[in-house]
Design a protein around this ligand. Structure first.
Ligand SMILES: Nc1nc2c(ncn2[C@@H]2O[C@H](COP(=O)(O)OP(=O)(O)OP(=O)(O)O)[C@@H](O)[C@H]2O)c(=O)[nH]1
Ligand SMILES: [Mg+2]
Length: 459
């Protein structure tokens, strides 16, 4: 199916482009063939509607069908194709009164505009060739980015950096496919013969490029979802105190009674622009209390799910058996070993079994900066520079790149086994299809619905 099938070019859509709530201004957007004629029905301004200069702001009243002025605002015309959607568009900026904005929208709908579905403006931009699918996804990522790094990754994708890399790989793949097909169609002509060496070197170049992209998927997703960091340790070591300090709010209950935290708590934080999901857990130890046992089970689950653990110890007392159990639990996990309560007389010499421990005092805020640095360093240790690199930022893109990669790997296996070129071509076609789906060269309606339904209305 092609990208534009099933698309009704004639309908004109309307939506509020700003959230519904009292605010300085609210923006109504219209897009489609009738956008100008519909807006004209409600516009009264010093400049006649026809004379409004495209993409320039014009002051004008919004007048309802009874001739009553609803509001005064700014009107902007964007004639096709130089608009966000590629269609004729109008933006009307009125006062940010929800009732008034809904009233204006109601009049536009009564006059013939259709209420827009979530993401429909961006979907039209994609269908009209203003952007490809990965760029359209980036629009949503940009709106939802919580940090400077996530914003940079989304913006670079919106500017087409990922599309450019995919296109390059796609081009190389097409070149190779053309050679393979020529070899199939003209196997009697010597010039079309493909040596195993030639095929392998080109296929390996393709897998290498796809591997490089796949390698960025983890960093890309972490930017969107945050690095999951679980604070774990024995009861009363100060996990909740550290959680509150890093979160800069009093979220978790802190007492001097061991076993205070019963359930896991989560908070989103940013450290040096890197997003984290910080998880406070129940202290791990032997317990007969049913609620506490469940809390401990949840702590273990939190460890399993975490990208990184902060293993916390109480330096004001010697290590306990529980501490050793916790170190064992964390054996295969990326971990920062942190010893708390360092302002008290402490037992440094007894904690030498911990690899590279950091001594802190939550109470006096000692060495919390170093902990921040170590947390941010964990992200950067993955070897990315989100501002410079192209990142795969969503699951859909990653799955498709993986499909393309697996198809090329199979083509390599077939080549090594000297199977006929038809089989190799089959795998190359599969890879080609996957790459085309990333940028939306081939797609289907269900996929578009799934992608654009995640958008807000009016985008
Ligand atoms: N002296 C000192 N006491 C601290 C420090 N950090 C936390 N505490 C105290 O240690 C006690 C336990 O703190 P919590 O944060 O509740 O410890 P927890 O590890 O979450 O405990 P559970 O939830 O019971 O597992 C409280 O009385 C805190 O005030 C510190 O840096 N120095
Ligand atoms: Mg606690």
């Amino acid at each position: 199916m092609t990208a534009t099938s099933g698309y009704n070019q004639r309908s004109t859509i309307v939506a509020l482009a700003t959230p519904l709530g009292e605010s300085a201004i609210g923006v109504l957007r219209l897009s489609g063939k009738e956008a100008f004629s519909l807006a004209e029905c409600f516009y009264r301004g010093r400049t006649p509607w026809q004379k409004i200069v495209p993409r320039y702001a014009s002051l004008g009243f919004f007048v309802d069908p009874r001739g009553e002025v609803l509001d005064e605002g700014i009107w902007i015309k964007y004639p096709s194709p130089a608009s966000y959607t590629g269609e004729d568009m109008v933006e009307i900026m009125l006062h940010g009164n929800p009732w008034l904005l809904l009233e204006a929208q109601r009049h536009l709908i009564a006059a013939g505009a259709q209420p827009a579905k979530p993401g429909e403006f961006t979907e039209r931009a994609y269908l009209n060739g203003k952007m490809d699918l990965s760029q359209a996804e980036a629009v949503n990522d940009l709106i939802r980015a919580h940090t400077r790094l996530a914003k940079s990754a989304a913006l670079s994708q919106l500017q087409g950096k990922l599309s450019h890399v995919i296109e390059q790989i796609h081009r190389d793949l097409l070149d190779l496919l053309a050679r393979v097909e020529a070899a199939i169609d003209h196997s009697d002509i010597e010039e079309t013969y493909l040596s195993q060496e030639y095929l392998l070197s080109h296929l390996q170049k393709l897998t290498h490029a796809l591997e490089n992209l796949l390698h960025t998927a983890r960093a890309g997703q972490i930017l969107r979802l945050g690095i999951k960091v679980a604070i774990v340790g024995a009861p009363n070591v100060g996990k909740s105190s550290l959680f509150n300090l890093l979160a800069q709010e009093d979220r978790a209950i802190v007492t001097d009674i061991p076993g205070t935290t019963r359930d896991t708590l989560e908070v989103e934080i940013q450290i040096k622009d890197v997003p984290f999901r910080l998880i406070d857990t129940a202290g791990i130890h032997e317990s007969t209390d049913i609620v506490e046992q469940e809390g401990i089970r949840r702590s273990q689950r939190a460890i399993d799910m975490a990208d990184l653990c902060i293993a916390l110890f109480d330096g004001s007392r010697p290590p306990t058996e529980e501490d050793t159990i916790i170190v064992n639990l964390l054996k295969d996990k990326p971990c920062l070993f942190v010893i708390n309560k360092v302002e008290e007389p402490h037992y440094a010499q007894e904690y030498t079994f911990l690899p590279d421990p950091l001594w802190i005092s939550v109470k006096n805020h000692w060495h919390i900066d170093t902990l921040h640095e170590k947390l941010a360093a964990f992200y950067y240790s993955m070897g990315y520079n989100p501002q410079a690199d192209v990142l795969l930022t969503n699951q859909r893109q990653e799955t498709l790149v993986r499909q393309a990669h697996d198809a090329i790997s199979q083509a390599i296996q077939e080549t090594l086994a000297n199977t006929p070129e038809e089989y190799i071509a089959h795998h190359l076609f599969k890879a080609k299809h996957a790459l085309e789906e990333i940028v939306g060269k081939t797609t289907h309606e269900a996929l578009l619905d799934r992608i654009f339904s995640q958008f807000c209305i009016g985008k």
